[in-house]
Ligand binder design. Sequence first.
Ligand code: NDP
Length: 508
Amino acid sequence: MSSSTEPRALTRAGGAVGASWGLGEGQAIPWEYAPSREARDIVAIRERYGLVIDGREVPAADGGTFVDLDPATEEPLAVVARATKADVDRAVRAARRAQRRRWGNLPGRERAKYLFRIARILQERSRELAVLETLDTGKPIKESRDVDIPLVAAHFWYYAGWADKLEYAFPGRVARPLGVAGQIIPWNFPLLMLAWKIAPALAAGNTVVLKPASTTPLSALRFAEICREADLPPGVVNIVPGPGEIGSYLAAHPGVDKVAFTGSTAVGRQIGQLVAGTDKALTLELGGKAANIIFEDAALDQAVEGIVNGIYFNQGEVCCAGSRLLVQESVVDVVIEKLKDRLATLRVGDPLDKNTDVGAINSRAQLEKIEELVASGVAEGAEIYQPACQLPERGYFFRPTLFTNVAQSHRIAREEIFGPVLSVLTFRTPDEAIEKANNTEYGLSAGIWTEKGSRILEMARRLRAGVVWANTYNKFDPTSPFGGYKESGFGREGGLHGLLGYVRLEDR
Ligand code: NDP
């Protein structure tokens, strides 16, 4: 994909540039850092992995397997057992037994001990988990190390704290577990999505059968090891990697009482249909096309950092990514200029390098989806800008991309790209900003940048989005609920709301 802008004359430390170090005409400050690669050998990846059912690692019933790749190198990481329907049946039976005979009857304070133990082991093994997650997803190590894994542990600490306080959680009501939860997670934050789902489920006395995404099964399998290390009773957590049809079989399974899904709106819709007419509980956390709204009175340098974090964090493979930038017309030129300058400093490449800002796209299929949508943006008349960074020769990489002259009707302004691609639109008045921000079938998140508190409150009230960040973006906390409106799904994960999704409330 070529850039419409001439490459800047980037200088490199030690490069063949004169003594000015790039500060002369048309030259930029040298931003290159020496490579600083995280040690890969902190994580031992076996050649083969089985399914985890009833506390044991087992092959698939038909012996089937699939190969899991490192998206940054396209090299195989491991061969993983591919669950069959018979395996899902076994896993659901094991989860049911564990729930009835053991887990569901344990006093909350005993369940809490297991969850605290898991949280502690997650923290102790955080470096290993960060490297594993980076290898499997392609996300930069500084994100898995500083965001994903700390949040994973925080979710277990937080919900461990609820396990023995369920009788106070919902005043006047008794909270009972639902039973067996069937959970299907995506590939963009594999371990974090697992934590969002497993921690509240277990705290409330449910057991779990979880299907990870086929491109990122390894951290869920490692989590099963951690459960064993924490002496979690067999059958409480079962992991069944396998294709999408195994996910739908799990969701439709009569032995499952609660279905929790994070992924695309298309699959979420199918799961909704499978569950309709049954008495299963359901939470769906689906796609998004969030507006990040910049008013002229905002601290613009800070806002530019928020825009970058909003769309280039995790290569933009984030359901709540701020993929539509709405800038007040009076400041659009200065914001675009600052953004282009900032994009030129983003380091794209080896996800294990601690300096990398934008890592690898998770799969070839996802890369092709991004390329197709970006091509549609060009074809529909938007203006593309990409910084002149060099991409690694192998692996699934894509340049941070900025589109200006975007119309609301363009596909890049309507469809979830799930990649490092920002579409810039403008507005004149707060009403117009609201109109444009809400002009989407999604409703997961939004951002507002202004110095006026009253404007933040008014805008947040009128935005149809589950999460609204003000003068910041992509901030997560286990105490805070997360979820969407409209085609972004329903139900909330995180906080007390997240617990509510795993209990049946009865009168005292
Ligand atoms: P999917 O929705 O297909 O995948 C999410 C999870 O659902 C994976 O575990 C997947 O398994 C599983 N799955 C796939 N098909 C079914 C099915 N019919 N029934 C039950 N489970 C199923 O997302 P994709 O990976 O195909 O990504 C496509 C797009 O979805 C992305 O470009 C992005 O726009 C959006 N997406 C949104 C996410 C979010 O966080 N909201 C996360 C991921 C994607 P398997 O991996 O084996 O196919």
